[in-house]
Write a protein that binds this ligand. Structure first.
Ligand code: UTP
Length: 285
């Protein structure tokens, strides 16, 4: 089994559910407490042993690359003033560890992943959607890697979702289950509640084999007129092992204002330096 070394971060979406915040700022640069969403996802990948981060970006998203670049003036000025640089720790990587490729048109998540095919090459790879902020210890991708090292194949992260919300998720047709691991017998993108094969929803973390790339190249438009990653993954089922890992931790969907505000509160309440003030304010509100 090949070691998992690469992760794809599809960050080329338009973020229309979070306008006007995302008109000039990438959704993935929105800040939860004190760091942008992309940094949480990149730190999660690094914790899971990922060596190369591949951003699939688009026009107007340069801030994502800048965030992980060396900021000479900032570092020189801080050093000259005797200020420690440790606040920048999660943003420093060796040359070549962060690479990017553009998705010229927002044709869907499946298409965004396919845009990274030449950088991924003939290796398994992870996909992380930064607007799903996963809080857990070990981190979400590390939990999935632990399962991957035992069973290989393809693995999606899953979570029980309310039946009335199935139309917002890819939904698993479940097979045999063993603790947090469930065999995936089928995947359906955004089914209506009455059509959903279960309430096990796929959330934004995946470990995929490179054979998905030619399948994505041949995948036509699916739900919403977009090339769906779910449709590509569904075509792999039966050809390769496919499992879902139920994440042991909290997920915050930061793709809209509601989830984003709750994520800020949840993470602030976990911080010793902030929890007291936030709780006191909430108690008064
Ligand atoms: P979303 O479904 O959240 O789409 O994409 P979006 O465009 O970001 O946001 P809304 O729905 O308009 O508000 C899930 C992930 O897939 C990426 C997004 O950047 C996000 O990380 N994506 C989506 C792409 O990279 N390219 C696409 O064509 C579509």
């Amino acid at each position: 089994m090949k070691k998992l070394r690469k992760a794809v971060f599809p960050v080329a979406g338009l973020g229309t559910r979070f306008l006007p915040a995302t008109k000039a700022i990438p959704k993935e640069m929105l800040t939860v407490v004190d760091r942008p969403l992309i940094q949480y996802a990149v730190e999660e990948a690094r914790e899971a042993g990922i060596e190369q981060m591949i951003f699939v970006t688009s026009r107007g998203k340069d801030a994502l690359e800048d965030h992980f670049d060396v900021a000479y003036e900032l570092e020189a000025t801080m050093t000259a003033r005797g200020k420690p640089l440790d606040a920048l720790d999660g943003t420093r990587f060796p040359p070549g560890a962060i690479v990017s490729v553009r998705q010229q048109q927002p044709l869907g998540l499946g298409h965004a992943v396919w845009c990274a095919r030449d950088i991924v090459g003939d290796e398994p790879f992870a996909v992380l959607l930064p607007d799903d902020l996963m809080v857990g210890s070990p981190g979400c991708l590390a939990q999935m890697v632990e399962a991957y090292e035992k069973i290989g194949g393809n693995i999606v992260c899953a979570q029980e979702v309310p039946r009335e919300r199935t139309a917002s998720y890819g939904i698993v047709t479940p097979g045999a289950a063993d603790g947090r691991l469930t065999e995936v017998k089928g995947l359906v993108e955004k089914p209506r509640p009455e059509d959903a094969p279960s309430t096990l929803g796929v959330v934004g973390r995946y470990i995929l084999q490179p054979e998905i790339m030619p399948i994505l190249a041949a995948t036509g438009e699916g739900a919403g007129g977009e090339i769906q990653l779910t449709d590509g993954m569904a075509a792999l089922i039966g050809r390769q092992p496919f499992h879902a890992v139920t994440f042991d931790g909290e997920r915050h969907d930061c793709g809209d204002a509601r989830g984003f505000v709750l994520a800020n509160l949840a993470l602030a309440l976990k911080r010793d330096d902030l929890a007291g003030a936030v709780r006191a304010w909430l108690d008064r509100a």
